[in-house]
Design a protein around this ligand. Sequence first.
Ligand code: COA
Length: 260
Amino acid sequence: MTYQNILSEIKANILYITINREAKLNALNKATLLELADVIAYASRTEEVRGVLLTGAGEKAFVAGADISEFSSYNTEQGEALARNGQVNVFDAIEKCNKPFVAAINGFALGGGLELAMACHIRVAADTAKMGLPEVTLGLIPGYGGTQRLTRLVGKGRATEMITTADMITAERAEKIGLVNHVVPLAELIGKAEEILNKIKQRAPLAIASAIRTVNAAVTEGVNGFEVEIEEFGNCFGTADFKEGVGAFLEKRKADFKGR
Ligand code: COA
């Protein structure tokens, strides 16, 4: 698939995805969501990809939300379908992906933009970034998982305040409440995200995938995360990567993991 709204490129086992609608502050229209769904599926199935760096084009916005111009005349059914399709094909697909996604938040992350960053496994923000869920100013609520993921990340009280006031918060505040992992100057943003991914890509890929599934289980309703951990832990022993990792330790050499 050739993309019109996103840029994607693999460099040194990292897939760089840039949402590229700078004139519209990288707002997520339907076409962009379809392209994102496609590139996420590509990341999942492509062995060369050991991690994904997701960012927005330009210096102003990561993503300023879902494209408001597209859903202005929607009815109840269309609204529900919009949320369901987006959640399944993009937002949940990122969270469940077997490759780690790091969001590099380079500016405004609002509405669907913050929801996109929250679906990623790790978030790094520029000190100039602003984050918020302003949907109630439009007569809506977040529909791409924002009410759930924000609550899990920052707790019920803070999530309710952010969602009901629609206030934007600074990157510094976001780090303080656990919404982002790191805040750095804009010029160092991509470097910081790469630093994290470069570390992860040296680790055992199947163990990374197991870790993602197991951490997700901790916040999945009706799933016993401890049981998932026991099973995933056991599965690791059946991998060639486990033999390589332990062998390398005992032989005092660097492990060369193959993801097998
Ligand atoms: N959907 C569609 N278009 C959007 C958009 C969105 N979510 N966010 C920004 N844009 C467009 C603007 O319409 C404008 O397009 P135009 O130049 O063709 O008129 C362009 O991006 C630039 O945005 P603008 O509003 O002029 O920039 P600003 O610096 O004055 O304000 C924001 C920046 C982020 C505060 C403002 O764009 C905004 O509030 N966006 C909507 C945020 C939102 O409610 N998101 C949740 C959606 S559910």
